[in-house]
Design a binder for this molecule. Structure first.
Ligand SMILES: *Cc1c(COP(=O)(O)O)cnc(C)c1O
Length: 462
């Protein structure tokens, strides 16, 4: 299996190299050169299997010969062993024809654990074999960072630095990043928004001297291995609801476009997916783009769903690459325009192409709170604000022809203030992390400045 860059000029890599590299050297994102296909028979044979077995069958063709079958099965088993639910990604019913896919039973209570736990095990296996060391630097709006620190803490061959926007993550998110005591993890509180963190991270990757000097590796949602891990639960949930004999729709609370892009890959592999609905909060650049064709970068307005407070959705480039007929030069021009002017307008043909796969909606702050309250009243489910945005938008798009699955991306206890404000209930943390607020924190404050960040990281590596 070969991986190519969306900008067309970085070297073609295998799975392991693409995973270790993260952002391509031409600034693009790696995608598989071809999408492996699963027939209706292949999909039927997933019925009744464990999450781990489905994960193996769905991901195996993308891995190529990077790991043997036994190695890969062991990696998957270790990745999901720490989850607090035997089904890993259980479905619950919310209303007639509407289901909630609970993706928050991992160690940090958000769907990011599905990908990060797997990538932690993949890195460990790969580095143990090569004898190499890497420095992982990640940017987070809250959940990626905690999931990364949890997945990589204490691993021998890895140092992890996580940049998060100072003062803009929830207390639970911050504590999940700042309380692990392992010396190889570093929580960096940066001045600015998530987009600033992501921009500095990209700058570090584009600084090839620094990148090679510290052996920089990326685990942000641009990393192909993360997208791949997320493809699995589209299969497990769709098969539970009757695929491939009927088509299923999905609504996905969206920020960086990684989770929904995984759904698009599942569809391209052959899973019958009717609608893929992008649900955004008030930072609705993707909804505006899919409605009008204008991808216009705006100010980030902080919301009660902070993990979706994003303007530049990195993974959208992968969808654009396909919409442009996989023309890397066209994507390069488009992205250069975006960088210099802060906005691009998609041609009608490209927009039509995107709309064949994606529809969209948004929820305001008031609508988000109202949906948390109504879902609690009507269905006795406590939703985190991100999941509530999904439910609100799904309710607008649901129709009788196919069951709707809304992805519940975080546990309500990760965002207790918004849940309490809407329902009067303070959602408790699961027992396994009940002492989170008693642990000591370790945080370094850093400026929004590339040179200072590079110096800090080099200093900490010694
Ligand atoms: C990361 C995250 C999202 C957005 O997912 P993307 O893959 O970035 O689109 C939504 N909800 C929660 C809780 C998250 O942590």
């Amino acid at each position: 299996m070969q991986y190519i860059s969306t900008r067309g000029s970085a070297p073609v890599l295998n799975f392991e190299q693409a995973m270790m590299t993260g952002l391509a050297r031409d600034g693009g994102l790696y995608v598989p050169a071809e999408i492996p296909q699963m027939s209706a028979g292949d999909i039927k044979s997933l019925r009744g299997l464990s999450y781990e077995e489905v994960a193996f069958r769905v991901m195996r063709p993308f891995i190529g010969d990077a790991f043997t079958d036994t190695e890969f099965q062991d990696i998957i088993a270790r990745a999901y062993a720490g989850f607090g639910h035997a089904a890993r990604a259980p479905l619950v019913q919310l209303a007639p024809n509407h289901f909630l896919l609970e993706l928050f039973h991992g160690p940090t209570l958000a769907f990011k654990d599905f990908a990060m736990q797997l990538i932690g095990q993949l890195f460990q296996a790969s580095l143990a074999r090569s004898g190499n060391r890497v420095t992982i630097v990640g940017a987070t709006s809250g959940d990626t960072g905690s999931a990364a620190i949890e997945a990589f803490k204490g691993l021998d061959a890895v140092d992890v630095f996580i940049l998060y926007p100072h003062g803009r993550v929830s207390d639970v998110q911050r504590r999940q990043m700042s309380t692990p005591s392992e010396s190889n993890v570093h929580a960096l509180a940066m001045d600015g928004h998530f987009d600033d963190c992501q921009a500095r991270l990209k700058d570090m990757f584009n600084d090839l001297e620094f990148r090679d000097g510290v052996r920089l590796a990326g685990v942000n949602s641009i990393n192909w291995a993360r997208v791949l891990a997320q493809v699995v639960y589209y299969f497990t949930s769709a098969v539970s609801l009757g695929a491939p004999d009927r088509a299923i729709s999905f609504t996905v609370p969206t920020g960086n476009f990684g989770d929904i892009f995984a759904g698009y890959i599942a569809k391209r592999m052959g899973l019958p997916i009717d609608q893929l609905v992008v649900a955004t909060n008030q930072n609705d650049i993707l909804h505006r783009c899919l409605s009008t064709g204008a991808y216009q970068v705006d100010q980030v307005i902080p919301s009660i769903s902070p993990s979706m407070d994003i303007q530049v959705s990195s993974n959208f480039e992968r969808a654009l690459f396909d919409a442009y007929g996989r023309d890397g030069a066209a994507v390069t021009r488009l992205m250069d325009d975006l960088k210099t002017t802060g906005g691009i307008h998609l041609d009608q043909g490209i927009l039509d192409q995107l709309r064949r796969d994606f529809t969209s909606g948004r929820a305001s702050e008031g609508e988000t709170s109202q949906t948390i309250a109504e879902t609690w009243q009507n269905s006795a489910e406590l939703l985190c604000p991100h999941s509530a945005i999904g439910v609100k938008v799904a309710n607008e798009q649901i129709h009788a022809a196919s069951p709707m699955v809304t992805l519940a991306t975080a546990h309500p206890a990760k965002f207790p203030d918004a849940v309490k404000a809407a329902t009067g209930i303070h959602p408790p943390l699961p027992d396994r992390m009940a002492d989170l607020f008693d642990r000591d924190e370790r945080i370094t404050r850093v400026p929004n400045d590339l040179a200072a960040l590079k110096a800090h990281i080099k200093g900490a590596l010694g």
